[in-house]
Design a protein. Structure first.
Length: 219
């Protein structure tokens, strides 16, 4: 195998990695906001809100992310809504991530001891105050490792954005392949980069889980 192209094209990987990480961070942040809203809707006593949340989650989880990217990028344009490549890319990833985050948040909320919720209600706290002061803080502690894993998934999903012209890792890798006429070697490099990012975040998740368990034991 020939990796001499790296001396000329290594900056393509660096720039692509920066774009990939930036898109992943913003997509997960917006996905968390959307996911929390969907989780609360799914746990709501109002049937309409539950129906909307369940339908959204099932649809997004049941369709390929590639189709969702096309719908956001091309579909909205058909209705006169023109989004930039960056906005469409982040929106598509956030829409996809939100459905998965919703299930993570829902599971975290349901894991909170019901006795504490009932105790809060007996003390006169409203539903909103109980959720904000009792449920959410404990749920966040329960779901932090899963949210970190969601970041790994979204980071890998950013590779799909190359189809709409986002200059992420995959787009720049295809550019290198076209310029060098090397079909295989540039893919090996990008695979190693994706693996390294995933491995670093995975190790961070392991450390986070151990610290959370240690804090639970102390409490």
């Amino acid at each position: 195998m020939n990796f001499e192209f790296l001396s000329t094209y290594w900056m393509y990987y660096v720039e692509g990695l920066k774009i990939t990480v930036i898109y992943a961070i913003f997509s997960v942040l917006f996905g968390i906001i959307l996911g929390v809203a969907l989780a609360l809707m799914k746990l709501s006593k109002l049937r309409v809100l539950r129906g909307i949340a369940v339908s959204y989650i099932n649809f997004i989880r049941g369709t390929p992310i590639l189709v969702q990217i096309y719908i956001v990028y091309f579909g909205l344009y058909s209705f006169g809504i023109s989004l930039s490549d960056s906005t469409a890319g982040i929106a598509a990833l956030a829409i996809n991530s939100g459905a998965y985050v919703a299930e993570i948040v829902r599971a975290g909320i349901e894991a909170v001891d019901r006795g504490q919720i009932e105790a809060a209600h007996s003390l006169g706290l409203s539903y909103i105050h109980t959720t904000r002061l009792i449920v959410i803080p404990q749920a966040v502690k329960n779901i932090l490792p899963a949210l970190c894993n969601e970041f790994i998934v979204v980071t890998k999903n950013t590779s799909m954005l190359s189809i709409i012209g986002i200059h992420d890792l995959m787009y720049n890798t295809d550019t290198i392949r076209g310029n060098t006429f090397l079909a295989f070697e540039p893919l090996i490099i990008v695979a190693v980069i994706y693996f390294t990012v995933s491995y670093i975040v995975t190790k961070f998740v392991g450390i986070l889980e151990r610290r959370l368990k240690a804090s639970d034991n102390r409490s």
